[in-house]
Design a protein around this ligand. Structure first.
Ligand code: GLY
Length: 283
């Protein structure tokens, strides 16, 4: 169980990220801009395992992955093994928009940071005292995981993005689900999804493609998110993951096999943000 103080910080962070995305959508901006803005807020928030506050690998360093997809154009971009770029999600968007590639890693990706307008920082910048303490105690993190955002804009376009520091004590060079299209993220003209949890489980299940296929079969986002739980666990018994899903009608689906999934959202129909933790007992 997370301590109550960490719930509060996670929920506040989710709300701030949703507010950043909402501001863009409310002003008529694109879903793509909204998901990037939301994820940047989460990358800056040390309560989450993304950007500053990422977990440490076995060598005591932070290595981050991120992916983004524009459901309208079908374009996607991702970066992996990032050690010095303050906002990996913005670099992923640059890969999407300005290179012929889908995934770029390590030094090759970081070399594009100046052109992408991304700040470069020392690896220490990402390492918080809390994560350092966990590392020295050899404690696998239970606090805050991969972050993600999905959005639908006034033009009816969908987008998805996610960003992560991966898993604690991972081998240097390990790559998780977050930069893998169809695993950690996916968007098309009918849906947008982002996943969190154990990358190896999410990739094996093809989780974001599973969600896409459920939406394509006619399920709404809440129905598809819920059905995916059984299918995910059939594919990966005892798999640990959570997912957020949005359909073209603006319906929201959230499900998880992890204990919690802190989240926040807002739609045109809501007067305020919906913020919650989804503790296991409410599933
Ligand atoms: N879901 C993040 C990772 O496993 O890398």
């Amino acid at each position: 169980m997370l301590p109550a103080e960490q719930y509060e910080r996670a929920l506040e962070g989710c709300r701030a990220a949703a507010a950043a995305g909402w501001e863009i959508l409310h002003a008529g901006g694109s879903a793509l801009d909204a998901v990037e803005a939301a994820v940047r807020v989460l990358e800056d928030d040390p309560a989450f395992n993304a950007g500053r506050g990422s977990v440490l690998n076995a060598a005591g360093q932070v290595e981050m992955d991120a992916g983004i997809m524009d459901g309208h154009t079908g374009q996607a971009g991702a970066v992996t093994l990032i050690k010095h770029v303050r906002h990996p999600i913005t670099l992923a968007r640059y890969v999407m928009a300005h290179t012929p590639h889908l995934i770029l890693g390590a030094e090759g990706a970081e070399a594009l940071a100046p052109k992408a307008g991304c700040a470069l920082v020392e690896n220490d910048f990402f390492i918080t005292p809390y994560r350092l303490k966990q590392y020295h105690r050899k404690a696998v993190s239970t606090a805050g995981d991969t972050v993600g955002a999905v959005a639908l804009d006034a033009q009816g376009h969908l987008a998805a993005a996610n960003s992560t520091g991966g898993v604690s004590f991972k081998y240097p060079g390990r790559i998780g689900d977050s930069p893998i299209l169809g695993a950690g993220y996916m968007a098309d003209s009918h849906m947008a999804a982002a996943a969190t949890g154990q990358g190896e489980h999410i990739i094996r299940a093809g989780l974001a493609f599973l969600l896409r296929d459920l939406i394509a079969s006619g399920f709404s986002a809440p129905q598809a998110a819920s059905r995916a739980t059984t299918l995910f666990l059939q594919r990966v018994p005892q798999g640990q993951a959570g997912w957020i899903l949005l359909d073209a009608q603006g319906r929201v689906g959230i499900a998880h096999t992890t204990r919690h999934l802190p989240h926040a959202w807002r739609t045109g129909g809501e007067e305020d943000f919906v913020v919650g933790l989804r503790a296991t007992e409410t599933k």
